[in-house]
Design a binder for this molecule. Structure first.
Ligand code: BEZ
Ligand code: FE
Length: 336
């Protein structure tokens, strides 16, 4: 066939990078695979990325070596990760769930938000925060009528020096009495059991809500299968999420866990910290209920809690100190 009759077919091309100028012996022995790959990380120009990849490769290869993982076991792992990816949508984030149940989300959160004396501790964000919470005023309800047992949440937003923080933005969300977030209802027409409010001039906040209940994290996907395989339950203890922002302060993402819940110590996603376990006061008083705007009855639970923000500079210093102290010899083993 003449050249000009050949079908138009582009030639396969590389990504444009040349063979590296590195001494890379043929990987005839297992350890040479690791060594060559570590040498290749020297091509990474960004020092932080280089450091992270060296660590990642070293630990993953060490894991494979130490466990002598079989071909079948590795294929099963790949298939599990494939299923995890396939079930993901913009609202079904199975990879985040995987990170949650493996304690990685909680660990990353803990390292990035080390405790600062007096500051309210952080907790995992979870997948149920939405951007569309309605603005509510202090004293308003974040839950529509019939969503659960009445609860009133009140306190102040202050800083670690006891100074009130006026006009701080509080986002809050919780389950209804059936253990579902509004986003889990297929017929959701508007947000419910969530709201956005601001502290008053004295840093005070207060809103009506419902007593949240314990609930299972999604169990109908590969992460649910994994938990069953590991003989682990998929429950979170009941909790109320809060996220607080104010200029000059470290943003706080946290949650409060009423005491007494049977799942507190074994939370499926490792979100509970001792300081976040709270007492709900039982109030049975018509006048107190009316004062807080409850439309009927006199009985409600009261969660009184001050939220303590950490100034940005203090938070940064704590993070840096924590990183220094917890770098536990790791950089001695793996040179950056
Ligand atoms: C949550 O608290 O909303 C949550 C956190 C992690 C995984 C699933 C749910
Ligand atoms: Fe939650």
């Amino acid at each position: 066939m003449a050249d000009d009759k050949k079908p138009l077919q582009a030639k396969a091309v590389s990504n444009g990078l040349p063979p590296p100028n590195l001494d890379l012996p043929y990987p005839d022995r297992p350890e040479l695979i690791t060594e060559n790959l570590l040498k290749l990380t020297n091509l990474i120009t960004d020092e932080r990325k280089k450091y992270i990849f060296k660590n990642l490769i070293t630990h993953i290869h060490q894991f494979i070596n130490e466990t002598s993982i079989t071909t079948d076991e590795w294929m099963n792992t790949i298939q599990f990760l494939t299923r995890t990816g396939q079930i993901c949508t913009p609202i079904r984030q199975e990879f985040i769930l995987l990170s949650d149940v493996l304690g990685i989300s909680a660990l990353v959160d803990a390292l990035n938000n080390p405790p600062v004396s007096g500051g309210t501790e952080s907790s995992v964000l979870g997948p149920f925060f939405t951007e569309d919470a309605p603005d509510v005023n202090n004293g308003d309800s974040i839950a529509s009528e019939g969503k659960g047992q009445y609860m009133y949440v009140e306190g102040r937003v202050i800083d670690t020096h006891g100074k009130p923080v006026p006009n701080a933005l509080i986002e809050t969300w919780e389950t209804d009495e059936y253990g579902f977030y509004d986003t889990q209802y297929a017929d959701r027409s508007k947000p419910d059991c969530r709201g956005r409010l601001r502290t008053d001039k004295d840093g005070r906040y207060g809103y009506r809500a419902v007593v949240p209940v314990a609930y299972p994290i999604p169990g109908d996907g590969p992460v649910g299968d994994l938990l069953l395989m590991l003989n682990r339950h998929n429950m979170r203890p009941n909790h109320l999420h809060m996220m607080i922002e104010a200029p000059g302060y470290q943003k706080l993402t946290t949650a409060f866990y009423p005491e007494g819940d049977e799942w507190l110590a074994s939370d499926a996603v490792f979100g509970v910290k001792k300081s976040l376990v709270v007492t709900l006061k039982d109030v049975d008083n018509e006048q107190e209920a009316r004062k807080r705007g409850f439309p009927k009855g006199s009985h409600f639970k009261l969660l009184e809690h001050d939220l303590v923000l950490v100034p940005e500079a203090e938070s940064k210093a704590a993070r840096e100190q924590y990183a220094r102290e917890h770098a536990v010899n790791r950089s001695n083993e793996i040179q950056a």
